[in-house]
Unconditional design. Structure first.
Length: 273
């Protein structure tokens, strides 16, 4: 968390608020020396942002990209507990505030992060950061044939493979569970056993699940907040995630929870084969 729907929600909300705005002030907390991953020095990082105008707000997988007027790109990865919130004024200091950026209209972007895992970059070429990501599932680039080629011969569980961002950009723990349930495929299946028809079904399920979650503004089980500081609503629409012990909404079987690769995995053994 946040995954593609949450980051896309933030992108859509920020776009009309920050495009054509100039960054006139920037601050990074000394408690987060690793936040500015490139350049690693906080002063150098800030100097690259000051006076720069934001040309657009884009997304690649789980990354937010802000192309700047000097050809550089400011990139933000929220990781597990990060939140990038737009505020009309500075407001009172917050306990978990890790960075803040003032725009030329007087508004602010505040970066909050409970676990201090988020990262930021200012780079000349964004491919340095996002170049190895797989296809974007909402852009029509997710192809069943390519997915099958990537999975050929793989013995690892399908759920674990789907979390590899080189396979599908932006897919994470929650929506991998939801997509596999939508497709009727067990997360325990070795990746190499997927048939062509199942790969088509899975690609369609991934697109449906991510699109639905984006319409609901993302999922807020824990700390996720959108750019307005509000919680998403998709947690009220999940079909298997965190529903262990409850009836499957498709077949009436019992949803179970297990662990794959150290991650919680939720599925229905009765209808996911």
């Amino acid at each position: 968390m946040p995954e593609l729907p949450e980051v896309e929600t933030i992108r859509r909300q920020l776009s009309p608020l920050v495009v054509d705005r100039t960054i006139v002030e920037a601050w990074l907390s000394p408690e987060m020396p690793r936040l500015a991953a490139h350049p690693p020095d906080a002063c150098a990082f800030v100097s690259r942002l000051l006076g720069r105008r934001v040309l657009s707000v884009e997304r690649r997988g789980k990354f937010l990209l802000f192309p700047l007027d000097d050809g550089q790109t400011w990139i933000v990865h929220l990781r597990m507990t990060g939140a990038l919130v737009h505020r009309v004024d500075g407001g009172p200091e917050e306990r978990f505030l890790r960075a803040r950026f003032r725009l030329d209209d007087g508004s602010w972007l505040w970066y909050r992060d409970v676990r201090k895992l988020g990262r930021m970059w200012v780079v000349a070429d964004p491919e340095q950061v996002v170049g190895k990501l797989g296809p974007e599932p909402l852009s029509g680039c997710l192809d069943a044939a390519a997915l099958l080629r990537a999975l050929r011969g793989r013995k690892a569980p399908l759920k674990a493979l789907l979390l590899d961002q080189r396979l599908v950009a932006g897919l994470g723990n929650i929506y991998a569970d939801e997509a596999l349930h939508e497709a009727g495929i067990s997360p325990l299946r070795p990746g190499g056993t997927l048939a062509p028809e199942e790969a088509e079904r899975l690609c369609l399920a991934i697109r449906r699940v991510l699109s639905g979650a984006t319409r609901h503004g993302g999922t807020s089980f824990w700390s996720y907040l959108d750019a307005r500081g509000e919680r998403g609503q998709h947690q009220f629409h999940v079909r298997v995630y965190r529903r262990q012990g409850q009836p499957c909404l498709r077949c009436g079987g019992t949803v179970v929870r297990t662990r794959l690769g150290g991650r919680s995995t939720h599925y229905c053994p009765s209808c996911q084969v």
